[in-house]
Design a protein around this ligand. Sequence first.
Ligand code: DHE
Length: 525
Amino acid sequence: AVRPSARLFAVLLLLAAAFAAFNPSVRAADSDTPSRHYQQYCASCHGADRLGGSGPALLPENLARLRKEEALAVIRDGRAATQMAAFGATLKADEIAALGALIYTPVVPAPKWGEADIRASRIQHVDPATLAAKPVFDADPMNLFVVVEGGDHHVSVLDGDKFEPIHRFASRLALHGGPKFTKDGRFVFFGSRDGWVTKYDLWNLKVVAEVRAGINTRNVAVSPDGRHVAVANYLPHTLVLLDGDLNLLKSIDVTDREGKRSSRVSAVYEATPRNAFVAALKDVPEVWEISYDPAAEEIPIGYVHDYKLREGAFVRGYLNPRRTELAQVLDDFFFTQDYSTVLGASREGVGQVVNLDVRRKIADLPLDGMPHLGSGITWEWRGRRVMASTNLKAAEVTVIDLEDWSVVKRIPTRGPGFFLRSHENSRYAFVDSMMSRDAKNILQVIDKQTLEIVRELKATPGQTLAHVEFTRDGRYALASLWEMDGALIVYDAQTLEEVKRIPMKKPVGKYNVWNKTMREEGTSH
Ligand code: DHE
């Protein structure tokens, strides 16, 4: 005898088959095996629309940093220390290859992430009224380090005097760019490559709120009072402005003046003396300045971003971009300490100096390769202020005179490097060669006065040693042993001897509250 539940199941199966037979859309999906596999195995974590969920977004833009072979290996073998399962036993090699091809294929039409999506994504994790108004720990709150551990997507909070972690929490996937602090050092904002912005209370050691501001994001910037947050997006082409509680204020569609060409946003930074955010566009040669001062002066119509505004002579200055049009795109850039001037470079190495007051290029920069101006630092050298940066393609640190924009010296290094770091109390600057093939494990120490390499600090060959940040007093320099079973290595910044190792999971960047909030000239801003 057949049990009633089995009978019901058989009827449902027949109905489903009949529905599929008469419904062309279902038939089409059935013949599309990769899409079916995607929905069956991937969608629950990566989203039915590939925009991400508990797993990252699987769109070509978001996967740009992952080689296809690596992606196939991840589908086959899974990813250690994450929830990514292995499908090697479930899917055949050609099915995995087809799935790989699918996720590197653009979604057409391009996915949208509009104001309603941003608003709907916001999560309030704790009621701000329940948060204590002073630190819940004994360590110096201005000498904490926030350490981004990329290995298992966590953030550690480190006591910068004792070099001991005081807290560790799960972050969004693939945080990128420096976290940004409020001036009092209480709140820090993180941006993830998938567009999530997280507001964290360092005094209470709690995530306060989160919002998804884009699908593929570059970085975030925060006003010192924490009331305004800006988010630079590649996908969609938007610059998103939030209030300090991560409520949406405005999402600006980024285009040229005529509204004909839209653009990704390379990066956005906060310029305190100007009460403004400054953003550079990747596909249109323009720099935008967006005041977050509600009393900002009005903007003459010629500068405003909105080409539809033909009538009237001025628009409100607050939260409306003011353009500086250039001949060349700026991809990566650096500000002088007073934020009047931007030193920028395109990915092709074309360098230019742009003055934000006169709103035009004022000089060329004699750079080649792929300068990484975002990691630039400044110091005084023979009575002049110089700026130095690494180069992602050339094995050198380039030192530039900030008065006449000439190259003072090209310091040869072991290989192309990513990060350069110092402190005003230290005579040394530390540079990595992490873009090289065989010198990733070597940090080189530059004497800021002689402009010579004076020491090399080495990890085991094959490992990566990079990204230094000093303690608030400049006495110690902390470097990342950028491995899954990695560590922060603490060096005495005078003797250059190792004093401690703190185990961490692939520590990417570390950020000292004092150095960041004081805009220490030896570190990134
Ligand atoms: Fe970054 C900062 C751009 C690849 C780790 N990176 C930045 C900033 C920019 C930038 C514009 C400054 C934003 C800020 O701090 O608010 N990065 C780019 C690229 O264009 C590039 C070359 C290609 C890309 O895929 O985006 C790139 N970056 C990388 C990496 O591959 C790194 C090494 C590893 C990773 O996790 O992505 C990496 N970038 C970082 C880090 C910072 C950063 C750790 C913050 C540095 C700091 O000390 O402030």
